[in-house]
Design a protein around this ligand. Sequence first.
Ligand code: HH2
Length: 277
Amino acid sequence: MFWQTTRHRIDLARPRVMGIVNVTPDSFFDGGRHLATDAARAHCERLVGEGADILDIGGESTRPGAQAPSVQEEIDRVLPVLEHACTLGVAVSVDTSRAEVMQAALRAGVDIVNDVRALRWPGALDVVAAHASCGVCLMHMLGDEPASMQQAPRYDDVVAEVRAFLHERLAMLERAGVAKMRVVLDPGIGFGKTPEHNWTLMQGLDQLQALGQPLLLGWSRKSTLGVLTGRAAADRLAASLAAALAAVQRGARIVRVHDVAATADALAVWHHAGLGA
Ligand code: HH2
């Protein structure tokens, strides 16, 4: 199984680590740490040294209550970081929902568009469809606004509903001419879901795998792990590692994480223990 992206055909025979670079003042875990361009560029280099296969660079926090930057502000935050990341030899992804930001990033040579709104915002689908080969990650979110997504999220059958949503978005992309080999799917841990919904999705991951696309999961430091362990985001490393391994064990091919070195180590042990590829 491969993920076709702009410059890299990523072999998913072994699970891949996507390292998070938030160029934001207000991300829930690392907000403000890499807001300055130099700090963000240095963080990209660090994560590549630690074994990241993909760098995921975002300029807007999706934390409920975070301030949305203007389009120009978002471009100004991410573009110089993306340009540098593209020189580091790994695949580079832009984490955005805005067509203008996607366009600017793809012009800079970025490999992947990672959209927590699954290309539902105006123009986003057209930008991806107009590109010859960029990869795309379609994520499920209940509604399309982080500000309201956690207000009593309700599902009759969370796995079936997330699956139907991802299936519909995948079909939409196919109709727009985007080859399936360019697309990975993500159930969106923590996006309009209670802890129970998130665990049910983990346990039902095989039903999402049945859609036939590689799966990406992002558990890193999220609040469901805090609810389980009683720990603050700063103390959720062990829980995040266990969640990443569990996700891979259940079929995820890409894990989106803050802690690249620790995750790469954990995956190496998992691999040498004969679990998976
Ligand atoms: N989670 C976050 C952001 N982008 N993209 C995908 N595909 N999957 C995820 O689970 C996902 C994502 C939220 O995490 P983070 O970027 O660390 O926080 P913030 O949105 O506050 O910047």
